[in-house]
Design a protein around this ligand. Structure first.
Ligand code: FES
Length: 197
């Protein structure tokens, strides 16, 4: 005789509730992972977008020598555009990483330039990005200053790139540098606040 297996209604009810809770938890977990997965890429900075840091080698940003270390003997008062390079990575993925290297005769760089953060008091590095709204500054041959083409922000590179005209709220920040062998190396992070967008 075939036996009919009866199920206790209370046990069935408990099983249903337990299953429902597990399913809900799983869905919530998947949902949470989705949220985390969505957030993670937004927070990720690729190595080429990392800001300048101690130990980075300064390399030419453009021209035939792009990517090669800059030599002091190649520099003069007209700015050379450079990027920091860490290991094999040129940090050219963020426009804010573009820098200007300038070399002046001994004694021409004055405070508030941080002379201890220059090479031999003659070679200095500044951000190339205007602190007003982020345009690239240019060299003004007629007076040796740096001029922003967007709203005529004007900076004096011999005196810490202080603002001498226009709307920029603060100087172009100086990047501390030193010489290692014949290579110019960043010896720290920006001394002032760069343009942040
Ligand atoms: S962006 Fe340079 S002065 Fe406005």
């Amino acid at each position: 005789m075939t036996k009919i297996k009866r199920t206790d209604p209370e046990i069935s009810r408990r099983k249903f509730i337990t299953g429902a809770l597990i399913t809900t938890g799983a869905v919530s977990g998947v949902g949470m992972l989705s949220v985390l997965g969505t957030l993670r890429p937004a927070n990720r900075i690729t190595p080429d977008k990392e800001p300048p840091a101690e130990g980075d080698i300064l390399v030419y940003a453009e021209g035939d020598k792009a990517g090669q270390p800059v030599k002091v003997s190649d520099l003069d008062e007209s700015p050379t555009r450079v990027y920091p390079k860490a290991g094999d990575v040129v940090k050219n993925g963020d426009p804010n990483n573009l820098l200007l290297l300038m070399r002046f005769p001994q004694g021409e760089l004055k405070e508030p330039t941080e002379l201890d953060a220059t090479v031999q008091g003659t070679v200095v590095a500044y951000s190339a990005i205007c602190t007003h709204l982020g345009c690239q500054v240019n060299y003004k041959d007629s007076d040796g200053t740096l001029l922003c083409p967007c709203h005529s922000g004007n900076y004096d590179p011999k005196e810490g790139c202080k603002v001498i005209g226009g709307p920029p709220p603060r100087p172009l920040p100086q990047l501390p540098i030193k010489l290692e062998g014949d290579q110019i190396i960043a010896s720290g992070e920006f001394l002032g606040e760069p343009y942040t967008g």
